[in-house]
Design a protein. Structure first.
Lengths: 498, 471
């Protein structure tokens, strides 16, 4: 395979952004730059789909590996995919075109700049999921802050400045320690190449501190309780497309990082810190669910539900069982689709009524029946009804958790109930209830492009809910290999005293 | 006589200074011409230096003047920055009515002084170079003599700088007293044993040098001088003296005091941490861009010192890389500053940038790139600069320094973000002029491109710098 397919995936959006940048801006060309962006992102999606088809799911090794000298004698630019990362790439390339479609309604000014920001962000996001070198990973991971900061700050709501700053500084503060850890790894082992590091392993005596440094970055990004407070602010103020990208993909970088780096590089430390992660995850699941119940702002509610869902993800990863990790990955993909869809749904009504307060709505079912249907699918997906993708993820995570610790699993199961509570209550208050607000009566049902985007998200949510095989199939070998390679099972047994 | 070939660039600049001085006096209204001739002679001097053998290693005048790869690289850096400063500020000095023949000649004088500093291998030669550059800089700082702030800044710089030179000289005399020589290499040979007087000498010299690169706690002059001087002089202050002072730092620490690293390491670490943290915190409340960049450069010097404090070749190389990238970033920043002009008046307050992105998208984009790079966000050049420093620092297991440094970048990120916020998020103000002279545009485009595209081929500069011989 000589064609550098991964590098093309990474570079294509950036080239598109450059192209849009150099096209002269006048009002008539605003449309054309939108089509360019749509074309580029769709092409990228097709390319990643092709990648998924030719990807050999039965091989444990990284595939499509490209390696080039970058900083001579020090760091190589190295990218490659395994069964886990390929799903996240697909998710990224699938969500981005949807974001591009939504700009029509949501972005009123400086459309061109917005498209450039989204395309650049896509480049960085794909880069994160492909990179097989710690420094390259860090580079992409951090670089994503710049476009996201601008997206929130320029096109955001009223408190956008505060939110953009909070988002940027929180995540930056979290990740600087990771940089120290990465450089330390280089001096301890002599390489930052992930594949080599998997083979070499890292001395147990260093693992705990390094794990904590990585954890500080991923915990902020996930976000885990108690460093989650940037997320509701960022979500509330970001424009719809920004919220979608943030919830669907940026949060997944951390979950991916936990699997790839925390488990992969520091298995002993991961085991050591399992109680910490369990505790934080459970608090996230229960506490943020309760907080979500009390929210009056739709976006805030969904943001808190994201924290709770990501709590399931971290919980699943650190069960260190096949089911738990697979469930976490599945949950991330599913949450990527569902939360993206929910934010789009909020965007739809926000564009019409210009408020996100739940009590301003009510009785939408008679005014916007089409909207009520799709919103219901997403609500059910979010609360994990069997038959939607959300169920599979939560179910597998809980299965893994029951295998390890019944108390933890029981508490986490309570979270599922709470999840159902706040989602159904949200649905009830918006869609059903009495039509009080006069303005609501004037709202029109879904427009064509909204139908397209939302149904595009309905399909995979239901499809993977009934037939999760393609996704599970893709990750199975890689996850099993991860567990084998690091003797996670053996470590587990020792810890359990078998 | 054969050795004189090696100092042809210095000789050339000296001759040009004298020639231009006479020429300028005899030819009326020749300030613009002299300015251009100065730029040309800098280009010629650059060619002469590049012409030297890259791996050259020889010392002249009884081993008091070093022409080596370090000197060659730093001089190239120095003169290149000088050329770009001249190119970018030509319009500014005309409009600010400071276009006199003395201006470019003083700049040449101070560049000559810096070249002597860079090559010096002897306390006396070093001091001579230092004074030549400082005296020229005092005058330059107060060049806009009708402006109260400018005069004040010149005076302030003069008084404080004279004080630091005094300390430095006292340190030199102590070193001389305890080592019986002024030659750097001889000092190293003669100071195997540590004596109190020697330690005092080292401390005094380091204090003097710290003053020159405005490291905390010897930074007090920097904000006032940066703000008060004409912007064309501020950019000069922000770039060239730092190169010379850093080179002298390297020379002192790695030749005469190399064996005494346990004496100076703690001092450098302290200077470094104090500068990084203070520079980051103090810049938060600033309203004037020049003052802000003064604090920012204090902070940046902290990082450069962090590299030096490791006491390894790798550390020195990372510092040199840092200063190189720092120069480009500051050059780009000041080029943007030169573009904030409306009706023959330059604007330098942060609020003047409000909503700049709507009227001047390209200028704002450059500022965005520069500011994120100054904040050290990947994939811009500023990130790599910090990255190399931390690689060197962590290799020496100085985790505390690394973590403090990285936390300081987060604090510093705040005020860079604040400027970006004002440019991109705030409501727009009146338009600035969009016509600029070619030199300024070229400087901005070249430096921004360097910052933006550095990640594509980061090895280039590192390879060149790794060729430099320190000892």
């Amino acid at each position: 395979m000589n064609f550098p397919i991964l590098s093309s995936l990474i570079l294509l959006p950036a080239i598109g952004a450059l192209f849009i940048f150099f096209v002269r801006s006048s009002n008539s060309q605003y449309q054309s730059s939108k089509y360019v962006a749509l074309f580029i992102t769709l092409a990228n999606f097709l390319l990643s789909l092709y990648l998924w088809i030719v990807f050999d799911k039965s091989i444990v090794d990284f595939q499509f590996v490209e390696e080039r000298e970058w900083i001579s004698g020090f760091i190589n630019y190295k990218v490659g995919v395994d069964g886990i990362s390929i799903l996240f790439i697909l998710l990224t390339t699938f969500i981005t075109p949807i974001c591009v479609i939504t700009v029509n309604a949501t972005i009123k000014n400086r459309l061109k700049d917005f498209l450039i920001a989204i395309l650049i962000l896509e480049t960085f996001m794909i880069g994160v999921f492909c990179s097989l070198d710690l420094v390259v990973f860090y580079l992409f991971f951090e670089a994503g802050l710049i476009p996201m900061f601008l997206i929130i700050g320029i096109w955001g709501g009223e408190r956008r400045v505060y939110s953009a700053f909070k988002f940027f500084l929180y995540t930056l503060l979290g990740s600087v320690l990771m940089l120290v850890a990465i450089i330390s790894i280089y001096w301890i082992t002599g390489t930052t190449d992930v594949i080599k590091l998997y083979e070499l392993g890292i001395d147990v005596k260093y693992q705990n501190l390094l794990w904590l440094a990585f954890f500080s970055s991923f915990a902020v990004k996930t976000p885990m309780w108690p460093v989650h407070t940037w997320l509701p602010d960022a979500h509330v103020e970001a424009p719809t497309a920004g919220s979608v990208l943030l919830a669907a993909i940026l949060l997944k970088m951390a979950g991916y990082g936990f699997i790839r780096f925390s488990l992969g590089l520091f298995p002993d430390a991961s085991l050591y810190f399992v109680p910490l992660v369990y505790t934080l995850s459970l608090i996230a699941i229960i506490y943020t669910s309760l907080v979500a119940l009390m929210q009056e702002d739709m976006k805030k509610l969904i943001a808190y539900s994201s924290v709770a869902h990501m709590g399931f993800v971290t919980l699943g990863i650190f069960t260190m069982t096949q089911q738990g990790i697979e469930g976490s990955i599945f949950q991330m993909i599913s949450h990527g689709l569902v939360s993206a869809a929910l934010f789009l749904c909020v965007g739809v009504v926000y564009d019409r009524l210009h408020t996100r307060l739940i009590n301003r709505y009510g009785g939408l079912v008679s005014i916007m029946p089409k909207y009520a249907i799709v919103f219901m699918v997403f609500t059910l997906g979010a609360l994990g009804l069997p038959g939607t993708s959300g169920f599979i993820g939560e179910f597998l995570v809980l299965m893994g958790a029951f295998k390890k610790n019944i108390l933890v699993a029981t508490i986490a199961s309570l979270g599922v109930i709470l999840g159902a509570a706040y989602m159904l209550w949200l649905y009830k208050r918006i869609i059903f209830g009495k039509l009080i607000n006069e303005d609501v009566k004037k709202m029109v049902d879904l427009k064509r492009f909204e139908i397209v985007t939302l149904w595009l998200l309905v399909l995979p949510i239901i499809f993977f809910g009934f037939y999760p095989e393609p996704l599970i199939n893709s990750i199975e070998v890689s996850v099993a290999n991860m567990i084998d390679m690091n003797d996670l099972d053996k470590i587990n047994k020792l810890a359990l005293g078998d | 006589m054969e050795n004189l070939q090696l100092i042809i660039p210095e000789l050339f600049i000296s001759i040009m200074i004298m020639f231009l001085l006479i020429f300028g006096v005899f030819k009326k209204n020749s300030s613009q011409l002299v300015y251009n001739l100065t730029t040309v002679s800098l280009v010629a001097a650059l060619a002469l230096i590049i012409n030297l053998d890259a791996q050259i290693q020889s010392s002249l005048f009884n081993n008091s003047y070093n022409i080596d790869s370090l000197a060659r690289f730093m001089k190239i850096l120095l003169i290149l920055s000088g050329i770009f400063v001249m190119l970018s500020s030509s319009k500014y000095i005309q409009i600010s009515k400071i276009s006199k023949i003395e201006y470019p000649i003083l700049i040449l004088c101070s560049i000559l002084g810096m070249m002597v500093m860079i090559s010096s291998n002897d306390l006396i030669v070093f001091y001579m170079g230092l004074e030549l550059q400082s005296l020229a800089l005092y005058v330059l700082a107060s060049f806009n003599r009708d402006n109260l702030l400018s005069t004040e800044s010149g005076l302030k710089y003069f008084v404080l700088s004279a004080l630091s030179s005094g300390l430095l000289l006292y340190g030199c005399s102590l070193i001389y007293g305890f080592s019986e020589t002024t030659n750097f290499n001889q000092i190293m040979v003669n100071t195997k044993e540590i004596e109190y007087g020697l330690t005092f000498g080292i401390v005094f010299i380091l204090v003097g040098l710290a003053f020159k690169i405005s490291a905390v706690p010897f930074h007090m002059w920097a904000p006032d001088v940066y703000q008060g001087s004409p912007t064309s002089v501020t950019v000069f202050f922000a770039l060239l003296p730092k190169i010379a002072a850093l080179t002298v730092f390297i020379r002192f620490l790695y030749i005469p005091f190399y064996e005494l690293d346990d004496q100076w390491q703690m001092i450098i670490i302290f200077l470094s941490i104090a500068s990084m943290v203070f520079g980051a915190v103090a810049a938060i409340g600033q309203k004037n861009l020049k003052r802000l960049i003064a604090y920012s450069s204090i902070s940046h010097m902290g990082y450069a010192l962090a590299g030096l404090s490791t006491g390894t070749t790798q550390g020195v190389q990372s510092s040199i890389t840092y200063i190189t990238i720092y120069l480009v970033m500051n050059l780009a920043f000041f080029s943007c500053l030169f573009m904030l002009k409306r009706n023959d008046e330059y604007y330098e307050n942060i609020d003047d940038l409000s909503g700049l992105s709507k009227n001047h998208p390209l200028l704002s984009l450059s500022l965005l790139v520069v500011l994120f790079s100054l904040a050290g966000i990947p994939p811009l050049a500023g990130f790599f600069a910090k990255f190399y420093i931390f690689v060197a620092v962590i290799n020496e297991k100085m985790y505390f320094l690394a973590i403090v440094g990285l936390l300081a970048t987060v604090i510093a990120a705040f005020y860079y973000l604040r400027i970006i916020k004002i440019i991109y998020f705030d409501p727009e103000k009146e338009k600035f002029e969009s016509k600029h002279n070619l030199g300024l545009k070229f400087t901005l485009v070249a430096s921004t491109f360097f910052i933006l595209a550095y990640f594509i081929y980061p090895s280039g500069i590192v390879d060149i710098i790794s060729q430099i011989n320190i000892n």
